[in-house]
Design a protein around this ligand. Structure first.
Ligand SMILES: CC(C)(COP(=O)(O)OP(=O)(O)OC[C@H]1O[C@@H](n2cnc3c(N)ncnc32)[C@H](O)[C@@H]1OP(=O)(O)O)[C@@H](O)C(=O)NCCC(=O)NCCS
Length: 146
């Protein structure tokens, strides 16, 4: 059974483990800092009791940013990423968020296709942004709020 739950700092080790096994973005210290930021929500996608995906979502007034979005390698291409993204978009609508942003490496064609399928468009480029020297594309999705 699929479910989505709020993850709190006490479960930081689970986040760090999934991060280390996938994109290796943050150290434990960085995860801890992330949890402490104002407006941060961390959502976990669970399959029964197994954590298969994580998203870090940062709300600032009427805008939000996705700081981290990963599905466990073994569970990709099965619709779980879309499930988590659809949930996030619903959260944005509930919170009257007008724009949702994220950064993605220009070399990450899988993620590019994934985000394009949710109508994110490129609104900027951050040169030499990642450790490997690749550029980041700044993507935006406009949301219609009620
Ligand atoms: C990007 C990511 C979250 C997608 O998750 P997922 O669960 O595999 O995605 P879904 O199964 O819901 O796929 C949805 C759509 O995304 C696109 N997509 C996903 N994986 C793809 C791939 N390997 N190649 C091409 N398109 C792909 C397709 O359009 C797909 O729709 P389709 O299945 O009808 O073709 C996952 O690949 C991932 O965790 N990647 C590593 C982390 C990352 O790059 N995060 C984003 C930057 S922070």
């Amino acid at each position: 059974m699929i479910s989505i739950k709020d993850i709190k700092e006490k479960d930081l080790d689970l986040c760090y483990e999934l991060d280390s096994n996938t994109i290796s973005l943050w150290s434990k210290k960085q995860w801890s800092k992330e949890f402490k930021k104002k407006g941060i929500k961390v959502f976990g996608l669970l399959l029964s009791n197994l954590l298969v995906g994580i998203c870090v979502f940062h709300v600032v007034l009427d805008e939000a940013q996705i700081n981290f979005f990963v599905i466990n390698q073994k569970f990709r291409k099965k619709g779980f990423g879309s499930y988590l993204m659809s949930y996030l978009i619903k959260q944005c609508e509930k919170l009257n968020i007008n724009k949702l942003f994220l950064e993605v490496s220009q070399t990450n064609t899988t993620a590019e296709k994934f985000y394009s399928s949710f109508d994110f468009s490129t609104v900027g480029i951050r040169k030499n942004y990642y450790k490997d020297g690749s550029d980041a594309l700044l993507k935006e999705k406009k949301l219609t709020t009620k």
